[in-house]
Write a protein that binds this ligand. Structure first.
Ligand SMILES: N[C@@H](CCC(=O)N[C@@H](CS)C(=O)NCC(=O)O)C(=O)O
Length: 207
């Protein structure tokens, strides 16, 4: 039995999607970042970072969404994180790519255009938004070309990398960034979004 502590943003969503996809037995505990719950003394017992998501398993705690996704897939012996070393490295490669590049730019757009207005954190950084739009556009072109020849990011099979990456790309709706020009990316998004795990994960979040 796992306990996941998180919010409704993409780092938590990645981990929720993986927990659901592997069919894990878990409870989700909503941490209200809007009221600063993540910085409370109580929450500091679970993580020194004051951030979500945090996974609890067998009395131990883990932070960092990527580490949580890998751990959950590992400990449940899921093929979503293949044992073969090269196949596993390809999954890691895509998770790192999204963390450092394409996902990073979608996070920037989401923070500037969705989170700032929602939590009254000031005006968007226009220069930052322009830069994020430019890099996201270029990198989506590359991703679209890669997804021309495969339904999935790594090893021709669904993996934790697809669920992890999807959580970044789905933010496009909240920031009015159309992916209509990227037919293969759009089809990949639809393929992932149609899975039961995604609906189940979303149903765990407060309305
Ligand atoms: N690299 C971390 C990022 C964690 C993170 O920044 N979480 C955000 C929510 S998406 C958070 O807790 N923000 C609240 C804060 O920093 O006070 C991960 O992938 O888990």
């Amino acid at each position: 039995m796992f306990n996941l502590y998180g919010f409704f943003t993409q780092n938590t969503l990645k981990t929720l999607y993986v927990l659901e996809e592997v069919g894990a037995d878990f409870e989700f505990h909503f941490v209200n970042l809007g009221t600063g719950e993540q910085k409370s003394a109580e929450f500091a017992k679970k993580t020194p970072m004051g951030k979500v998501p945090v996974l609890e398993h067998n009395g131990e705690h883990l932070f960092e969404s990527g580490a949580i996704c890998r751990y959950v897939a590992n400990v449940t012996d899921s093929p979503l994180y293949p044992a073969d070393k090269m196949q596993r490295a390809r999954v890691d490669q895509w998770m790192d790519y999204f963390t450092c590049h394409l996902g990073h730019w979608f996070n920037k757009l989401y923070f500037e255009l969705a989170i700032k207005p929602k939590f009254n954190l000031g005006e968007p950084d226009e220069k930052g938004v322009a830069e994020a739009n430019k890099f996201a556009t270029e990198q989506l072109d590359t991703l679209d070309a890669i997804l021309e020849s495969s339904d999935w990011l790594a090893n021709d099979a669904l993996s934790i990398a697809d669920l992890f990456a999807f959580a970044y790309i789905e933010q496009h709706r909240d920031v009015d960034f159309s992916i209509d020009d990227y037919a293969n990316v759009k089809a990949w998004v639809e393929r992932i979004e149609s899975r039961d795990s995604i609906a189940k994960a979303r149903s765990k979040l407060p309305k």
